[in-house]
Design a protein around this ligand. Structure first.
Ligand SMILES: Cc1cc2nc3c(=O)[nH]c(=O)nc-3n(C[C@H](O)[C@H](O)[C@H](O)COP(=O)(O)OP(=O)(O)OC[C@H]3O[C@@H](n4cnc5c(N)ncnc54)[C@H](O)[C@@H]3O)c2cc1C
Length: 416
């Protein structure tokens, strides 16, 4: 296992690191203030700050860097700079870590944000030429956004076979009914596309009942009923929505891969996306540790810098150990994905999905404590970083489900 980056990845890491520090960081406070103020006034809109940053990043070739190696070349030919840089998962991971330092802005600047990255990968891997031309091209170009609508309020959605919303073929069309929630991205003014997962054949084998369908957000019968706050914050202007589907009709050609094949797609979709989430969280944990140390050195209580009081030095050491351990585990998962695809990395991807959000939550919590009351305020990014880490213990499947995958594979090694 060799984690040293390729020369191209090393060069890009240096460019992304500088861009995040020199361009994104100084703009982040203004960006968040603008989008929050607009949302408070009832308008969910994008800030021109993002457009400016995107133009600059793109001009430097820092665009769609997440695109997997095997597809980047093909798309570079077709779409020029849309095509990414041809990085492996292991090469992209340190770039995602840098983007994670400003997770509410940097991934969007480089067109490397969830859920669009996962949705673009689905279109790349499973889309027809016509589906790619209609939806992938504008997503790669950053002209539109998308959402992934699987989770439902009415059923325990950590078991994806429970989904009850329907996608039924009727002649040349698919008819869609039901209700989804936690559809990340539907609040954004540029969101145009939903990847919908619905029940097609209740009598088929458990993993062949559901179908994924491309549904334009403006289809008659699609309604964003409300946007859900995550622990009091709306993640504006992206948002997580509850969406109803009432007799929505789309052409049969909008089916992805084929009827009853949603689980095949789900398996292929989530490996790289989870590596990206985890590396961004490692970036957040690094930032939290840095802030904790700076704060602890700059304030004094009981005659000593805070950093030297009580068990704070040990807490800092434990944070460093936890972050470095987690990073190695994520790089290992990325390497396994590169070597043999998602099926080769099932346990490793689930391992990091459990470990990293928990680790980040604890490190950020330690940093909040060292900041005292300020740590919970908006003056520091820590409270929103904690919320993000906490949410990622549920988004993309709760901890328990991923522990279940690791345990199943581990026990399976010893069963005849
Ligand atoms: C911020 C955020 C963004 C999200 N974005 C999206 C999105 O874009 N698209 C989308 O479709 N969904 C999204 N989700 C939804 C997310 O994937 C689900 O919330 C998650 O899969 C759990 O489903 P559920 O909420 O129905 O919980 P349930 O299935 O009701 O589970 C509740 C709890 O039961 C326990 N449990 C479940 N299974 C097991 C088990 N096997 N062993 C032990 N305990 C278990 C766990 O403690 C679990 O948390 C998002 C969620 C959040 C918080």
């Amino acid at each position: 296992m060799d984690f040293s980056p390729s020369p191209r990845a090393a060069e890009l890491l240096s460019s992304v690191t500088s861009f995040v520090a020199d361009e994104v960081e100084p703009a982040a406070a203004d960006y968040h203030r603008e989008v929050s103020e607009a949302a408070r006034n009832g308008t969910w809109q994008e800030s021109p700050v993002l457009d400016e940053l995107r133009k600059k990043a793109r001009a430097q070739g820092l665009w769609n860097l997440f695109l997997p190696t095997e597809h980047a070349g093909q798309y570079a030919e077709q779409f020029g700079t849309h095509g990414g840089a041809g990085l492996s998962n292991a090469d992209y991971a340190p770039l995602a870590e840098q983007m994670g330092r400003h997770t509410g802005l940097a991934p969007y600047v480089f067109n490397c944000h969830a859920p669009d990255t996962g949705n673009m990968e689905v279109l790349l891997k499973y889309g027809t030429d016509a589906q790619r031309a209609e939806w992938l091209e504008p997503l790669l170009d950053g002209r539109i956004r998308s959402a992934f609508t699987m989770t439902e309020p009415g059923v325990a959605s950590s078991d994806a076979t429970n989904m009850e919303a329907t996608a039924v073929v009727d002649g040349d069309e698919v008819v869609i009914n039901g209700r989804k929630w936690w559809s990340s991205g539907v609040g954004h003014p540029d969101c145009r596309l939903l990847i919908f997962m619905g029940l097609t054949d209740p009598d088929a084998d458990r993993h062949k009942r559901h179908t994924m369908v491309l549904v334009p957000l403006d289809s008659p019968g699609v309604e964003v009923e409300r946007l859900l706050p995550t622990m009091h914050t709306y993640d504006e202007p992206v948002g997580h929505g509850e969406v109803s589907f009432d007799e929505v009709r789309v052409p049969k050609e909008n089916i992805l891969l084929g009827e009853g094949r949603a689980f095949e797609i789900a398996q292929g979709r989530l490996g790289p996306g989870r590596v990206h989430h985890c590396m961004r969280l490692i970036g957040q944990a690094e930032l939290a540790l840095e802030l904790a140390i700076k704060r602890g050195l700059s304030r004094t209580a009981f005659g000593k810098p805070l950093v030297n009081l009580g068990g704070n030095r040990e807490r800092i050491a434990d944070a460093r150990i936890a972050i470095d351990q987690a990073r190695l585990l994520v790089l290992n998962a990325a390497w396994k994905l590169d070597e043999g695809g998602p099926l080769n990395a099932l346990s490793e991807v689930s391992q990091i999905k459990v470990l990293v959000p928990n680790m980040a939550q604890q490190v950020i919590d330690m940093a909040i404590q060292l900041h005292g009351g300020g740590g919970l305020s908006q003056d520091f990014p820590l409270a929103s970083m904690w919320t993000n880490a906490r949410a990622l213990r549920l988004a993309d499947g709760p901890d328990e489900v991923h522990r279940g995958v690791v345990a199943r594979l581990e026990i399976g090694k010893h069963q005849s």
